[in-house]
Design a protein. Structure first.
Length: 512
């Protein structure tokens, strides 16, 4: 595409040859290649234009930037090399990057897009939807926190929602692979930072809203407003919104696209009929009743499954087709209520049930513990909180754990640049506040700073019939302490601890 053809998407001034051609877009100075348009964006600490002179010397000859960025480039770049460069200069390059990327990659014609936003349940709902789509005999892609999947081929993700150039490049790849549908998570950060600009969703879904990311959004109203952008004609044709909390009702009222409300009472247009603790349920929607089964544990995953099915109905899947696969489809979500075993019939015979989950908000911890309570003699949670992220939620996380667990093992999550002791102390304040009310369930609180040791010791000493929830990190494969990331996977460490217990049981070293 010629630079001049980008003017409708990015009205601005062209310096250089308007007929210069570009074959891709990148805002990452480490990966941009000759032939691509380098988006030199202003950043919180560094302007991307700082890297442009070195890139120009390496053959990059097309740049999108703002007036300040162009001044930086012309002041620093070699004059003869600069003569070979074409720049498109606009007032706010980040605001037009999505539209520019969509134009370059030609992704106004993409696989059908289905987007999910909310605080908790985004990843799970997208995987459930992909499972249903595959059971229906269609080919799909998934974009989200855990990975990007292109017809089953996994591409690890750096962010829940990629930056606009990477996102549209993925759409183009999915189109070339002839996929029918792409289901993706849409984070509040992505909406606020223009990462999904240029994308348009046939149906968007809303799971819930609870405290998270207030280090970025500063208030719940600001957090809500960021997510509410998805439910406007700029991004979506229609929506399915879960109205099981006040934020859902508010989102349904704020949406400016046609909305189907989903919930468990008669206020909802589409209704979930479900007995707590069971996996089978019925969805009363589109004038019919659709039998469904959640393939994942927890009553909240019944809601997630219902949302996935409802979005497909809204997108045009027939009730008859959904009914045919609704109780037989499968889905597995890495690090989401994932049962970990030692490779034997271990939990029932020689040890506790161990579950790894990404729950890292007060609401998510409360729901995860509640979903595991019915079939557990004792409920133990191992968790901490991430550093440099919304410190205000730590108190609530402690209270939720104290209400729902018999034993709390307080440990480190990703401390990042914060003092780990201070993070644990903030959580403990919430635990102690809940205990002070006299209504706490927790009987014992143990603090083991080292996360690996906390998992090892908890699983070594837990009794048969105990459920141990290792919460917070889910699918993550590293731990960030002091800015240094070391390899660490809750699932692998849990599996290793269970194997060690099994070996001890077989040699008589462990009392079951």
């Amino acid at each position: 595409m010629r630079i001049s053809q980008l003017l409708p998407a990015a009205p601005g001034t062209i310096h250089g040859d308007p007929d210069a051609e570009v074959s891709g877009v990148s805002h990452d100075s480490r990966t941009v290649t000759a032939g691509q348009l380098y988006a030199a964006l202003p950043g919180a600490n560094v302007h991307g234009a700082k890297f442009a002179p070195a890139l120009i010397a390496q053959g990059v000859s097309a740049i999108l930037t703002d007036p300040r960025g162009w001044d930086m480039i012309t002041a620093a770049a070699d004059e003869s090399a600069l003569a070979e460069v074409t720049a498109l200069v606009v007032d706010d390059p980040r605001a037009v990057l999505g539209a520019v990327s969509a134009a370059v990659y030609g992704t106004t014609d993409t696989p059908e897009l289905l987007g999910v936003t909310g605080t908790n349940g985004k990843t799970t709902t997208t995987y459930l939807m992909a499972g249903l789509i595959e059971a229906l005999g269609r080919r799909t892609g998934v974009i989200g926190t855990v990975a990007t999947l292109i017809d089953g081929e996994a591409v690890p993700s750096v962010r829940t929602t990629p930056e606009a150039p990477e996102l549209h490049a993925l759409f183009a790849r999915m189109r070339r692979a002839a996929l029918d549908t792409c289901v993706m998570e849409v984070s509040s950060h992505a909406l606020a930072q223009h990462r999904v600009d240029g994308a348009h969703f046939a149906v968007s879904g809303f799971t819930n809203l609870s405290q998270d990311h207030l280090d970025f959004h500063h208030s719940m109203d600001e957090y809500f407003d960021a997510k509410a952008q998805l439910f406007t004609p700029s991004f979506s044709d229609s929506a399915v919104i879960v109205v099981e909390d006040e934020w859902g009702e508010r989102m349904a009222a704020a949406a400016s696209v046609p909305v189907r409300t989903l919930g468990r009472d008669d206020r909802s247009e589409w209704r979930i009929e479900h007995t707590p603790g069971e996996s089978d349920f019925a969805l009363h929607a589109a004038g019919t009743t659709i039998p469904l089964r959640s393939p994942l544990p927890g009553d909240f995953n019944v809601t997630n499954t219902a949302l996935a099915a409802s979005m497909l109905l809204e997108a045009g899947t027939s009730p008859e087709d959904l009914s045919a696969v609704g109780r037989s489809f499968t889905a597995s979500v890495p690090g989401r209520m994932e049962v970990i075993s030692a490779g034997h019939d271990f939990q029932s015979a020689q040890g506790p049930r161990a579950i790894v989950d990404y729950s890292h908000t007060p609401d998510a911890i409360e729901k995860a513990l509640a979903s595991l309570d019915a079939d557990s003699d004792e409920l133990v949670i191992v968790f901490g909180a991430g550093g440099d992220r919304d410190p205000g939620k730590r108190f609530g996380m402690g209270r939720a754990a104290a209400r729902g667990a018999d034993v709390i093992v307080l440990t480190d999550d990703n401390p990042r640049t914060e003092d780990p002791d201070a993070i644990r102390a903030a959580i403990r304040e919430g635990i102690e506040a809940e205990i002070a009310t006299g209504s706490a369930r927790v009987r014992r609180v143990v603090e083991v700073a080292d996360r690996g040791a906390a998992i090892d010791e908890t699983l070594a000493s837990a009794r048969v019939g105990t459920t141990v929830l290792i919460a917070g990190k889910g699918h993550e494969t590293g731990q960030d302490t002091g800015g240094v990331v070391t390899e660490f996977d809750d699932r692998e460490r849990t599996r290793s601890a269970l194997c060690a217990r099994l070996e001890g049981a077989e040699t008589g070293k462990v009392q079951s």
